[in-house]
Ligand binder design. Structure first.
Ligand SMILES: *[C@@H]1O[C@H](CO)[C@@H](O)[C@H](O)[C@H]1NC(C)=O
Ligand SMILES: *[C@@H]1O[C@H](CO)[C@@H](O)[C@H](O)[C@H]1NC(C)=O
Ligand SMILES: *[C@@H]1O[C@H](CO)[C@@H](O)[C@H](O)[C@H]1NC(C)=O
Ligand SMILES: *[C@@H]1O[C@H](CO)[C@@H](O)[C@H](O)[C@H]1NC(C)=O
Ligand SMILES: *[C@@H]1O[C@H](CO)[C@@H](O)[C@H](O)[C@H]1NC(C)=O
Length: 347
């Protein structure tokens, strides 16, 4: 008995001139299917013209070998602390590997060598504290790397050596306090970078230096205190920028300069009392709206004439504003509690 069950989707075919043979055949099929469905230790096997998908969830057993045409493997929710060295042996066509919700603490440096065609690796919700240098030496076409919700406190650029086609890097929900210089220098195809929900207080000034082509940047849920002039400058194609739930007290006047494609900006739940004159006017082209919108709620806005630039921008873009009712003045006393929009309208 193989260690997986097979999806059966054969059509009934033409009518059999021997009814008893058909009946026997049906009985055998039903027994087979039942045996397979009732066998809780089997992984599910889904053959297709493009290759097989193997999906294992408890209480199935870890697959001992994989069909040579396996293109998709999912071994999730097992709480595995280690993977057998031979896990991927013989699966050289594998494109997607999903290992979320285990308790993997480390991987061997050779783990991915048998699967040079891998494009998606999902390690969400494991217990990784580091990666072995060289892990991606044979992973030149890996495009999506998800390391979300692990225990990474530091990251070394060498851990990612070998990746050349990275399109989406997700490091959210770790314990990262700093990032090494040059981390992304080789990722010319990177479109989505998720650094959300870490402990980052500052970012290396060269973090987003080209030739990246970022469309979406997640920095929410960190401890960032300032946004400088230069961080975003190399990424004029950015469409989505998430900075909510940080400790931002200041945004530099040229921080958003050149972001002509921005569709979404979230600055909510920071510590902004004011923003410098000129910041907002530089955001987006004069004749285009943000397609999605912006959120500046949950900040202690000090509604003095200094905010004039922001008021003007709010009036022009209020139909794109989220959380209007939670965007309020913290001062001065006479305006405390008023919505920023009401104050802007009364100017
Ligand atoms: C096979 O691959 C083609 C091209 O990538 C895709 O359009 C099709 O949906 C795939 N078929 C199956 C059954 O996965
Ligand atoms: C994995 O751990 C979780 C949380 O401790 C538990 O609820 C679950 O039953 C475990 N799963 C397996 C397959 O051991
Ligand atoms: C992973 O860590 C465990 C526990 O520290 C250790 O026994 C094992 O050898 C390590 N495996 C690899 C591949 O480094
Ligand atoms: C970029 O790739 C080159 C060639 O593979 C390598 O020597 C260099 O160390 C890489 N840089 C970073 C920061 O990873
Ligand atoms: C607006 O906020 C106030 C105070 O927080 C609250 O009492 C009120 O219900 C909110 N109104 C709407 C429409 O959400």
């Amino acid at each position: 008995m193989s260690s997986w069950s097979r999806e059966r989707n054969q059509s009934p075919g033409v009518l059999d001139p021997h009814p008893s043979r058909t009946l026997l055949f049906l009985v055998v099929i039903v027994a087979l299917v039942q045996g397979v469905i009732l066998n809780p230790k089997a992984c599910q096997l889904y053959p297709s013209s493009n290759g097989s998908s193997v999906v294992c969830q408890p209480p199935a057993e870890f697959p001992r070998y994989l069909p040579a045409d396996t293109v998709y493997l999912s071994v999730e929710f097992f709480n595995l602390t280690q993977l057998p060295d031979t896990t991927l042996q013989g699966a050289s066509n594998l494109r997607e590997l999903h290992l979320s919700n285990n308790r993997l603490e480390n991987l061997s440096a050779e783990f991915l060598f048998p699967v040079p065609r891998l494009t998606v690796l999902d390690l969400t919700h494991n217990a990784l504290i580091r990666l072995p240098p060289g892990l991606f030496q044979a992973s030149a076409v890996l495009a999506t790397l998800v390391l979300k919700e692990n225990q990474l406190e530091v990251l070394e650029a060498s851990w990612l050596h070998g990746l050349r086609d990275l399109w989406h890097l997700d490091l959210s929900g770790n314990q990262l306090r700093t990032l090494p210089p040059g981390l992304l220098a080789n990722f010319t195809a990177l479109h989505i970078l998720d650094l959300g929900n870490n402990q980052l207080e500052t970012l290396p000034s060269d973090l987003l230096m080209g030739p990246l082509r970022l469309k979406r940047l997640h920095l929410e849920g960190n401890r960032l205190r300032t946004l400088g002039d230069d961080l975003l400058r190399p990424q004029p194609g950015l469409c989505y920028l998430f900075l909510q739930n940080n400790k931002l007290v200041s945004v530099a006047v040229r921080a958003f300069r050149g972001l002509q494609q921005l569709e979404m900006l979230d600055l909510s739940n920071n510590r902004l009392a004011s923003t410098p004159a000129g910041l907002w006017a530089s955001l987006g082209g004069p004749t285009r709206d943000m397609k999605v919108g912006f959120d500046i709620s949950g900040n202690p806005w000090m509604c003095t004439p200094e905010l004039e630039d922001l008021y003007r921008w709010l009036m022009a873009n209020k139909d794109r504003m989220f959380s209007l009712n939670d965007t309020r003045c913290a001062g001065p006393e006479a305006l405390r509690g008023q919505t920023l929009l009401a104050v802007a309208e009364s100017q």
